[in-house]
Design a protein around this ligand. Structure first.
Ligand SMILES: Cc1ncc(COP(=O)(O)O)c(C=O)c1O
Length: 385
């Protein structure tokens, strides 16, 4: 029996390690060692590991109703409440998805069904690489085409901009292109996989303008950045400077990482078309996963009861102060996300990046407290010394 483990091209080869348990922000291994999870499970576990509030009443709920399929036109009070939370008064229409990958696929499906209904052959997607949009063929083709032997021929891949000059060049390049067959432009609002270079206000405004001028849908992949990590549930409200895309894909932290759940949300313009009978076709066996729904409700209640979104600016300040302590090249902090550029290759990065050899990227949980920052400081001194 052989399990395929690892992700050779991106994460490199690592030694096999048996895990005994996870607690708060640590992983404990069978050999007696432990590691701080710098990225909190790929930015999913916003409430830390072993948080009992996340699974509150789960057994009773799932034993009461285990299945409620939206593609059978079914719903219950919990799926409706979860949908209201998801749309947060700023989105018109939504669909559940299985994971982050499935959420991005659902967002592209919204785009495709929209243009199909208008009978417009706008099959091309403008995307930026390197970015991580997921594990399916299309999502890899959008963000990491170098991983594929064959291509979908749908994506126009532009190099992922890093910084203002790159952004201006990329915008100019898009403006020079023939955009007739382009249905959407998609980008990852978090950019932390690329070292957290972020997107400027002018980028968001320019992409929005191009989309409006050329009848293109603007899609943000907010799977990594959603649900509080930038201080808002939907990142366009914070890192996007209020510039709302037409469609957004969300996932990961909806359930604080405890079970996979994703969703795509869209504005009224797109929703009005998708809600026409016969237009929408996106179907999973679990849609939604009821485990996901119950956990999502617990997570939302915990976030609001503990005012965790309001604490994000303080987390950002503490991360910034901590980063400033180190003798490194540069650093960037955005909400709970941080990226540190060491002067040389970092030897001991724990559960952090292996893509950029001198870069340590992480994501603090929304529950980060004094102990977390002390643990993080110790870990970073270990990595950077
Ligand atoms: C921006 C972004 N989009 C999509 C995905 C895919 O999510 P999942 O791994 O849940 O399929 C990820 C996962 O890392 C991500 O960071």
């Amino acid at each position: 029996m052989h399990e395929l483990r690892g992700f050779a091209k991106i994460k490199g080869e690592k030694k096999e390690q048996k895990i005994l348990s996870t607690n708060k922000w640590h992983t404990y291994f069978a050999d007696g060692t432990n590691e701080l999870d710098l990225q909190m499970g790929g930015s999913s576990f916003i409430l830390g590991y072993n948080n009992p509030a996340v699974v509150n009443n789960l057994e009773a709920k799932i034993l009461n109703t285990a299945r409620c399929q939206s593609n059978n036109h079914n719903y219950n009070d919990d799926t409706i409440r979860a949908g209201e939370i998801l749309c947060d008064g700023v989105w018109d229409t939504y669909t559940w998805a299985l994971s982050g990958t499935s959420a991005v696929e659902a967002a592209i499906s919204m785009n495709d069904e929209y243009w199909k209904a208008w009978e417009k052959p706008k099959h091309k997607i403008i995307s930026f690489s390197f970015a991580w949009h997921g594990t399916s063929y299309l999502t890899k083709d959008m963000g990491a085409p170098f991983l594929l032997a064959n291509h979908t021929n749908r994506c126009i891949n532009l190099p992922h901009p890093k910084g203002d000059v790159d952004e201006l060049e990329t915008i100019a390049k898009i403006r020079q292109m023939d955009l007739t067959n382009v249905g959407c432009i998609i980008f990852d609002s978090a950019t932390w996989i690329n070292g957290l270079h972020g997107f400027s206000h002018s980028w968001w405004v320019s992409i929005r303008l191009i989309c409006d001028e050329h009848n293109i849908l603007m899609i943000t992949d907010d799977v990594a950045s959603c649900w509080g990590k930038t201080g808002s549930l939907h990142p366009y409200q914070t890192v996007g400077h209020g510039v709302q895309p037409d469609i957004s894909a969300v996932g990961k932290s909806l359930t604080a990482g405890y079970t996979p759940l994703g969703a795509a949300v869209c504005n009224k313009m797109v929703g009005d078309v998708l809600r026409i009978p016969g237009v929408w076709n996106y179907n999973h066996t679990w849609q939604p996963s009821m485990m996901g729904i119950y956990i999502m409700l617990n997570v939302y209640d915990y976030i609001t009861e503990n005012n965790l979104l309001e604490k994000v600016p303080l987390i950002e300040t503490q991360l910034t102060n901590l980063a400033a302590e180190f003798d490194i090249d540069s650093y960037r902090v955005q909400g709970c996300f941080f990226a540190l550029d060491a002067r040389g290759k970092t030897e001991y990065t724990g559960l952090s990046s292996t893509i950029l050899k001198n870069n340590i990227r992480g994501c603090a949980p929304l529950t980060a407290d004094h102990t977390y920052f002390e643990d993080l400081r110790t870990h970073l001194y270990g990595s950077l010394s």
